[in-house]
Design a protein around this ligand. Structure first.
Ligand code: THU
Length: 175
């Protein structure tokens, strides 16, 4: 039966993607600038408005001008209307300082038991927004994902969202 099938030559190639992640066991292993950013994110976490999930997230964005902008998740009774901490912080930073590049972002989350065990994993929508900021300023920036068990440092938001949509092919009105 099988011998009746035509021979199809398949030239499929496999692409294996690797993501470099620096792993730290505690905040004390970070440089002082990163430590300060993690502490700012932790402080922001306490300001979250999360009555529906009780999952509080804080984000702190370090700008090239030295300023630190923080944000936390803001929920809503109409659930999809809420916004994650990362986008709250990043949109505010980009809105206030549209010409200033981002150097780093630190993200941390806590639930009723305190800071979550594993480094917080930003949602897909936030990864897309973090990527756009990097492309916008043409500068990779550090992403610090914080958990009780340690901290993961990723050196570019491109690594957080491989095979990403970057708007290629969008028809701009001036074209
Ligand atoms: N959330 C964030 O703010 N950032 C993340 O990286 C993951 C999820 C928020 C959205 C929602 O308010 C709550 O956490 C539960 O999903």
């Amino acid at each position: 039966m099988l011998s009746c099938l035509p021979l199809i030559l398949i030239s499929m190639k496999q692409l294996n993607l690797t993501i470099p992640v620096e792993v730290f066991e505690s905040i004390n292993e970070l440089n002082s600038s990163d430590q300060a950013l993690v502490n700012a994110a932790k402080e922001a976490c306490t300001k979250a408005y999360a009555p529906y999930s009780a999952f509080k997230v804080g984000a702190a964005v370090l700008l090239e001008n030295g300023k630190t902008i923080t944000g936390s998740n803001q929920e809503n009774a109409a659930y999809p209307s809420g916004l994650c901490a990362e986008r709250t912080a990043m949109f505010y930073a980009n809105a206030q300082y549209p010409d200033t590049a981002v150097m780093a972002i630190a993200i941390i989350a806590m639930n009723a038991n305190g800071i979550i065990e594993n480094p917080v994993a930003p949602c897909g929508a936030c990864r897309q927004v973090l990527l756009e900021t990097e492309l916008r300023f043409k500068k990779p920036y550090d992403i610090l994902l914080v958990g009780q068990s340690g901290i993961q440092k990723i050196k570019s938001s491109k690594d957080l969202l491989p095979l990403s949509f970057v708007g290629e092919g969008l028809l701009k009105s001036e074209d």
